[in-house]
Design a protein around this ligand. Sequence first.
Ligand code: C2E
Ligand code: MG
Ligand code: MG
Length: 635
Amino acid sequence: MTVYRRIALRTALLYLLLSVVWLQLVGYLLSSFFDQSADRLRWLLINGYAWVLVSAGLIFLTRVRMSRFFGPGEHSADRERLRQAAAVFDCTREGVLVTDRNGLIVHVNRAFMAITGYGRDEVLGQRPNLFKSGRHGPDFYRDMFVALDSLGEWSGEIWNRRKSGEIYPQWQTIRVVRDDNGQVSHYVAVFSDISAIKDSEHELAHLAHHDPLTGLPNRLLFSDRTEQALASAQLHKRGCALLLVDLDHFKNINDSLGHNVGDELLKGVAERFRGLFAPGVTLARLGGDEFAVLVENCAQPGQAAVLARRILDALKEPLRLDQQSLFINASIGISLFPGDALSAGQLLRNADSALFKAKSAGRDGYALYTEELTVHAQQRVEIASELRLALQQQQLRVHYQPVYDLASSRLIGVEALVRWEHPTRGLVSPAEFIPIAERVGLIAQIDAWVMDQACRQMCRWQQAGVALSFVAVNVSSRLFAHRELYEQVAKVLHDTGLDPACLELEVTESAVMEDPEVALEQMHRLRELGVRLAIDDFGTGYSSLLRLKRLPVQKLKIDQGFVAGLPWDEDDAAIVRVIIALAHSMGMQVHAEGIEQREQAAFLLEQACELGQGYWFGRPVAAQQLDWDRAPAIA
Ligand code: C2E
Ligand code: MG
Ligand code: MG
């Protein structure tokens, strides 16, 4: 009740009271003056009561006037409020559902109908369990009613079913409405459809845990799963295996064919791997060309090895991309729980060491982690520190391997190969210490020293009248792109006075492909010095033929991997034929490495390959031990 209305009412009551008092007073006064005849008294009373009635009428009119002036009365305000509530109730975007105390639906709004797909008539008189999704157990509903009973309100996420049968998430608030006696009269539920929010939440969670290119779990999710798997394996006394898969020479594909092709290839590889594994195996892309596989319930190295073989075999068929088909191999490192490691981090590190072993062993294979590998890792650290001393204490040697002209069986050149005469380890192979020297930054010094030694030796041979066309030295891929290489070669030629045409620089195909544009520039500069250029280990680096054509290179050295199968392996034979034809079409000479048998040399000669090198002709030896007179009979 408003203040004004209260004032008006009180004024009117006072007026009424005063009127009655006034009437009694007038009656009393008159009766004392006049004869108290009954008729006069009656007349007075009737007159008085008429006055009261007129007053009451006036009060009513006053009240109506007042209420018109000051606003509607209490009942019309309530009606207005209800009208407004009904409009809000109907226009709100949240679904509203009202049940009576027995849980029968008595009201729903328009949004309710839009969200659920039900018409009003279909739900009035029904119970809300009509919308149950079946996703929540009895405990969920019990907790909800406990909260309603004790707090009078419940809110939370609930999955319900639309009329179409689709299940969707709602954010719902249910409130208990009580009457004046405190008894439950209604339940009001207000809810919104949060499927869109859920979808974007889900999408975000997916993005955070998956690799966008392949859709596989990423490193984060993989680590999580590994930790969970190890915890469960520990509990159930089971074993797990972690396989780390790295594609061989993937970078070359990216560089030579472009990142789009690289991406397509990664997708293709992921697709192929996906088809290999049963449920319970997690396949992830950790980054770049590195994939990881977590196998639960796998205790034996043999089981993991079988899986690794399956992965490698899956890559034997070419991957068909949009424009082309490509072959790619992989190397795999395997580490086992609990045999090799007890934590997820250690398991991954050990698999990485094993992967390194697989790569060092020539790629396209797998290796198991063993204690030995840790020892190897330690040895690598020791070698790195000893290598510095080796340079100072002149423990390095240069050996020379003869190169023969196949047509004439004449020794026409040598390749300089570095050796390390270690005081305790004996002769250490460059395959072992060159990668370490590259990593610790000693390779520049080593290569410069070998080049200097080789050029001096070549000068000595020439002075002694040995008819040798060239000495070849290897240039590390780490140095190849650097400007200093040019200066270093120029300095050696200047210092030794060797005819530049007698010096051949061997650069691996993968070094060229690391940055073909820089390689092209560098090669042109080196050619200006007059030295010869050869591409080493050809066939392993996915060279783009177009790029190869632009390179100022005089020679291709066929990798020994292709020579090994000659002449019987048809694939190797076909590849070698193609390489020879290709090189000749570009005006280059062909030089085959790793010839260990006469038949290999004969096949190569037949294919018009110009030069041959290998144990069959002669192993790398010290300069004084070279046999100049040997002329092996190839045919
Ligand atoms: P590369 O340049 O491809 O050298 C050929 C390798 O094959 C040499 O191994 C050689 O001994 C070996 N080899 C030659 N004929 C045969 C054969 O008939 N059968 C087999 N199985 N192997 C044969 P080496 O001397 O162990 O050198 C390995 C690699 O180390 C070289 O491969 C080269 O990449 C690198 N390297 C050697 N010396 C140097 C150097 O002074 N500087 C740089 N940067 N790398 C070097
Ligand atoms: Mg070489
Ligand atoms: Mg080679």
